[in-house]
Write a protein that binds this ligand. Structure first.
Ligand code: IMP
Ligand code: MG
Length: 176
């Protein structure tokens, strides 16, 4: 990429505030039963770490590796499980924790896959939602922020594995 430019879209203080709200909502919604957060690697690793600490009830955690994007900004359209869960989700309440819902291809595939493992319930928490790009319908129960169709990095999100450690969520663009 020639001359990458970063512009802050969502500042870290606003992310913290919103994650605390999502955690409070989830705490209220799950009064009983087993709750498992499934973090989708790698993009959701920071979000799931913060969200788990904002939920004030016991949670189990597991991770799944999924790749649907190649190295660039556009999806390959193919979903591949690169790391499966270590634990059973049968009979448990599951929240899939994802960094961003873009086309919805990844999540619609995942919901189908996890459904077959007989959890008690499945919901989705996504830090970001880009509804303009949706190809498959997905129902997101907990959304952090709805954003326009721009490519963003930071707070776990990458471009070719860079920028995941930025505290703010930034729009990445190219300038001459
Ligand atoms: P979907 O299957 O198109 O919904 O793709 C979701 C995945 O694409 C996310 O988990 C991200 O890894 C990646 N992705 C989509 N949009 C962005 C973006 O703006 N920045 C970084 N990664 C993105
Ligand atoms: Mg991802």
């Amino acid at each position: 990429m020639n001359n990458p430019q970063l512009r802050v879209l969502i500042a870290d203080a606003d992310i913290d505030k919103r994650v605390a709200e999502l955690g409070a909502q989830i705490t209220k919604d799950y009064k009983e039963g087993d709750l498992i957060l499934i973090g989708i690697l790698k993009g959701a690793f920071i979000f799931v770490a913060d969200l788990a600490r904002a939920i004030h009830r016991p949670v189990r955690m597991d991770f799944m590796g999924i790749s649907s994007y190649g190295k660039g900004k556009t999806s390959s359209g193919e979903v591949k499980v690169t790391k499966d869960l270590d634990t059973s989700i049968e009979g448990a309440n599951v929240i899939i924790v994802e960094d961003i819902v873009d086309t919805g291809v990844t999540l619609s595939y995942l919901i189908g896959l996890l459904h077959n493992r007989k959890p008690r319930s499945i919901r989705i928490a996504a830090l970001l939602d880009k509804p303009d790009r949706r190809l498959r319908p997905v129902q997101v129960s907990y959304t952090g922020f709805t954003i326009p169709d721009e490519f963003v990095v930071g707070y776990g999100l990458d471009f070719s594995e860079n920028y995941r450690g930025l505290k703010d969520i930034c729009v990445l663009s190219e300038s001459e």
